[in-house]
Design a protein around this ligand. Structure first.
Ligand code: GTP
Ligand code: MG
Length: 337
């Protein structure tokens, strides 16, 4: 069964229930899931079209060396990555030639399983622990990868669906328009936002945001950060500083550092993510723009390549276009007939 929001967030149920006595956080209704799966398939249309045809043409025909080569090529074209592709295809070939798995449909099902396996990593099972008071989430990533949009969608979900109290912090003070952009999302999500005057020190905005969150008994504080500064070194230094300032205001915070990666930038995006994660500890990836790419296979390799779990995926620009990442569901959406 597909993973839903209640599988992603670890909630302190008594307090969540206290926020809204009649309605403690409920799992997503069953009825909504099939629709969600269909939408995911639709959103992944470009990758799906490219992969599905090739899987049909290879695994459902006579199996020979060319089969495995073509399959490898198709997966690499979809950005699954050379290492992951090689491992998965080698395994599948071995199982096929030794007779463990037979026939096109069984091979296809096994391929889905093997790919999903690769996408699982991390001790927290891809979950986001929201049981702190408040939980502080810092969002980092290269400019344009979707930090601010993701924060808006996440805030909307947490307030509207989970009934949580959220405070946003506009600590991207480098770009003037960044604050207005986050303000607009806060308005849509119906949550509070802390801003500073132009060119304020981002650390002070982050500090104030966490302070306000504590003062108001918020459940979740989400801090936006800059994606670009004068130099890459400046940016990494700033992220380190924002982190330190947050920790000074609240012991153990930030509890979650999410890194946004733009799926359309492929292997290049992966290298950027590597740089970020070396500079600041990252606990989860948000893979964005999966709706507009033929390279959605990256979701199945990125966890393995970075050793960081993908926790959320962005499949569009609207409020509801953020989804929990479920490797099995995702692999099925890409490859199942
Ligand atoms: N199609 C699609 N577009 C997205 C998605 N996520 C973000 N975008 C778009 O990507 C563009 C950049 O998003 P932002 O949220 O501003 O990115 P950012 O990382 O905050 O950028 P900076 O503040 O400049 O560092 C916007 O036009 C978003 O609408 C997604 O999942 N799908
Ligand atoms: Mg931004």
């Amino acid at each position: 069964m597909a993973r839903d929001w209640s599988d992603v967030f670890l909630l302190d149920l008594p307090s969540a229930a206290a926020a809204d006595p009649g309605e403690p956080a409920q799992p997503e209704p069953e009825a909504r899931r099939p629709g969600m799966f269909a939408r995911l398939r639709e959103n992944l249309g470009k990758t799906r079209a490219a992969l599905a045809a090739e899987v049909q043409a290879t695994l459902f025909d006579a199996l020979d060396d060319a089969t495995w080569e073509r399959l490898e090529e198709a997966l690499i074209m979809a950005d699954v990555g050379a290492r992951t592709t090689a491992e998965v295809v080698e395994r599948l070939e071995h199982e096929a030639t030794s007779g463990v798995v037979e026939g096109g449909p069984a091979l296809q099902a096994r391929l889905i399983e093997l790919l999903a396996e690769q996408a699982r990593t991390g001790e927290d099972g891809g979950r986001i622990d929201l049981r702190h008071a408040p939980t502080v989430i810092m969002v980092a990533g290269v400019n344009g990868t979707g930090k601010t949009t993701t924060i808006g969608k996440l805030a909307w979900h947490l307030t509207q669906d989970q009934g949580l109290r959220v405070v946003l912090g506009a600590a991207d003070t480098f770009r003037a328009a960044a604050v207005e952009q986050l303000e607009e999302w806060a308005r849509r999500a119906g949550c509070e936002i802390v801003t500073g005057p132009p060119e304020t020190d981002p650390g002070s905005v982050a500090f104030e945001t966490v302070r306000r969150g504590r003062e108001q008994g918020a459940d979740v504080v989400i801090v936006d950060t800059a994606g670009r500064l004068h130099t890459q070194d400046d940016l990494m230094a700033e992220l380190t500083k924002v982190r330190r300032v947050i920790a000074k205001q609240l012991d153990g915070a930030p509890h979650e550092t999410l890194l946004t990666v733009d799926a359309t930038t492929g292997q290049n995006g992966l290298r950027q993510a590597e740089l970020f994660s070396q500079a600041t500890p990252v606990s989860g990836i948000v893979l964005t723009k999966l709706d507009g790419t033929a390279k959605g296979g990256i979701a199945l390799a990125i966890a393995r390549d970075l050793g960081i779990p993908v926790k959320l995926i962005g499949v569009g620009e609207q409020l509801e276009d953020l989804r929990p990442f479920d490797p099995d569901e995702y692999a099925r959406a890409l490859l199942a007939p």
